[in-house]
Design a protein around this ligand. Structure first.
Ligand code: GLC
Length: 611
């Protein structure tokens, strides 16, 4: 017991001065700070012994999540296992996929007809009843740990649902609760905000505020009108949300995905994105975590232009998030496939490879959201790809409107005025599997499956945690049935949020099926990745280019080996010269020291040289 207290005091001592300083600078509220400190200690005392033991292990090995054996998967509980218990019953399937990091999409209580896929939380302490209970969640976390898996959960801290207790009381006129949101009885201040704040969802609501007729107030709603932004200028909001965060930690959640983090601080006269005080809050959150539950990780959802992303890692002395999404690389990969030109991707990777190796990215091809074409347009415009027509081309390509396209999918938030739009679809549909099935063209199918695996290989060659979007491991296609459900019909993201096809998952052993080819191909790549030290973050990564801009090489040099991936992003076969030689890791064949490498359309090769 005494030892535990000492451990806590030690952790507290490390951070107390800085935490207090930041808190006072922001709030100047000593009583609230005392309350926060007391709550932290209480939560620590309540933390289960098994979780405390895990904290100690992870503290002793702070790199624990950086290994080349990490493989993540994002899953909707209802779509995958029906309920939390059902999902727990399928952990063996996840193990067979090699997964050791499971991200369960939002599952806390949320009004069914206004849920934004669970991102409108009505109660941070209750699970959606149709999925199970908090006890089930805790049990699932425990079972994951037994299987050597980490569990990630969303923490939606920017806003609450309008059905949250605070929102209801605010609506009923209680000033104390109105002060937890941005409430205004006239358009004066909202009108000022509108002058500088861009819109996230331009087509779902006019402006960033929603008029509440019943209480005759405007409320700030950056996302959907039923998602009310919390006001972090109020210390009560900060404290209470930190208690919710710690509640998740004590359930055994390992990774907290901070949803929409760039938006959490608002100031008049600004864009209300990425403001310096967002970093103060994330830094405080990091310290609170390190004091109470140092085994947990913060994953920031920063879907912003490239230069805005890395600052969320904080600095070496004052870190913020442990991990961030590699969003620009993801969008640039899809751009590269469409234009058959890897120059931008090379530039993007060179920028990532220059970052400190301690930064850990989550790499992915698809997730539950749309793809926004957040590319480096300054660069593209130099190459005569102008922003507006280029975005239109990408959308036309991926919706299958241009003759050279093989993709299927739908636009998201199509803005008729600016002509801007984002895109939705599954990896397999975007790679051409859906079209090849429609046309029955076996050659097209072969190319589609090849592209699917090439893109995964590309993702797996990056350091960090590769995360597969559930269903992609079996090449699941778009599902257009959401259009028949009134509460989903307007949100095309549901085209790639469909029930997991257990029937198809049962066919992965059949080598000739699409499922078999993708699943087995992926498993092979993941196993190779896990077995070679050149895939770790410690290795030096560089890009290689050839005269033909559709071919891109990535070289990872570890202590004992060098692994070179050469990727053909064009629809025709390519031959490039290569002086490195090496063994083909997929076929096992040894190559001559100086040779030419021939890559099929959208094909790739991984070569290994011993050093
Ligand atoms: C994040 C989620 C997205 C959600 C939004 C608002 O961007 O990924 O699905 O709509 O936050 O919570």
């Amino acid at each position: 017991m005494r030892k535990e207290k000492e451990i806590y005091e030690q952790r507290l001592k490390k951070h107390l001065d800085e935490l207090k300083w930041l808190y006072m600078e922001l709030y100047d509220a000593p009583d609230r700070f005392e309350e926060l400190c007391a709550a932290m200690e209480r939560v620590y005392c309540e933390r289960k012994a098994s979780l405390k033991a895990m904290d100690l292990e992870r503290e002793a090995d702070p790199e624990w999540f950086k290994g080349n054996d990490m493989l993540g998967m994002m899953i909707y509980t209802n779509l995958f296992g029906g309920t939390l218990k059902g999902t727990e019953g399928h952990l063996d399937y996840l193990k067979s996929c090699g997964v050791n990091y499971v991200h369960l999409m939002p599952l806390m209580e949320s009004p069914k007809d206004r849920s934004d896929g669970g991102y409108a939380v009505a109660d941070f302490r209750k699970v959606q009843p149709e999925l199970g209970t908090v006890k089930d969640l805790e049990h699932l976390a425990h079972s994951c740990h037994k299987e050597g898996m980490s569990l990630c959960l969303d923490f939606v801290m920017n806003h609450t649902s309008e059905d949250h207790e605070w929102a209801k009381r605010a609506r009923a006129g209680e000033k104390e609760y109105q002060d937890r949101y941005f409430f205004y009885d006239s358009w004066d201040i909202p009108g000022e905000y509108e002058k500088t704040v861009p819109q996230v969802f331009p087509t779902t609501a006019p402006g960033n505020f929603t008029w509440l007729e019943d209480c005759r107030q405007y409320v700030l709603t950056t996302f959907y009108p039923y998602q009310w932004d919390l006001d972090y200028r109020n210390p009560v909001v900060f404290n209470e949300m930190m208690y919710n965060f710690l509640f998740f930690a004590n359930l055994g959640i390992d990774v907290i995905r901070i949803d929409a983090v760039p938006y959490i601080w608002k100031e008049l006269g600004t864009s209300c994105r990425n403001l310096p005080k967002v970093h103060t809050i994330v830094r405080m959150m990091r310290m609170i975590g390190e004091i109470v539950c140092p085994g947990i990780l913060l994953l920031g959802e920063v879907v912003m232009e490239p230069e805005k992303v890395a600052p969320y890692f904080g600095t070496v002395e004052k870190p913020e998030c442990h991990m961030l999404y590699n969003v620009t690389t993801m969008a640039t990969i899809w751009h590269t496939v469409a234009v058959q030109d890897a120059r931008l991707l090379r530039k993007q990777l060179d920028a990532v490879y220059r970052l400190p190796k301690t930064y850990t990215f989550l790499n992915y091809l698809r997730c539950h959201d749309d793809i926004g074409w957040g590319l480096d347009y300054d660069q593209l415009e130099n190459w005569e790809m102008m922003q507006v027509p280029h975005k239109k081309y990408l959308n036309d390509f991926y919706t299958g409107k241009v003759w050279e396209s093989f993709s299927r999918g739908e636009l998201y938030n199509d803005d008729p005025v600016t002509k801007d739009a984002r895109f939705c679809g599954t990896t397999a549909s975007m790679c051409g599997v859906e079209q090849a099935l429609e046309t029955g063209d076996e050659e097209a199918m072969e190319r589609a499956v090849r592209l699917d695996l090439t893109l995964h290989a590309f993702m797996l060659q990056q350091a960090g945690i590769p995360v597969i979007y559930s269903g992609d491991e079996i090449g699941q296609l778009n599902d257009y049935s959401y259009k028949k459900e009134p509460e989903k019909a307007a949100d095309s993201r549901y085209v790639h949020r469909s029930s997991f096809r257990w029937d198809l998952a049962g066919r992965t052993e059949e080598a000739h099926t699409v499922q078999g080819r993708i699943f087995k191909g992926l498993r092979k790549l993941e196993t190779i990745r896990g077995n070679h030290e050149a895939f770790t973050a410690r290795a030096r990564a560089e890009t290689i280019g050839w005269e033909d801009p559709s071919v891109l090489g990535i070289m990872r040099t570890g202590e004992s080996e060098r692994i070179t991936g050469i990727y053909n992003f064009s629809r025709s076969e390519k031959t490039v010269s290569w002086i490195g030689g090496g063994k083909d890791l997929i076929t096992g064949e040894d190559g001559a020291k100086e040779r030419t490498v021939t890559l099929k359309p959208y094909g790739f090769i991984w070569l290994r040289e011993e050093l």
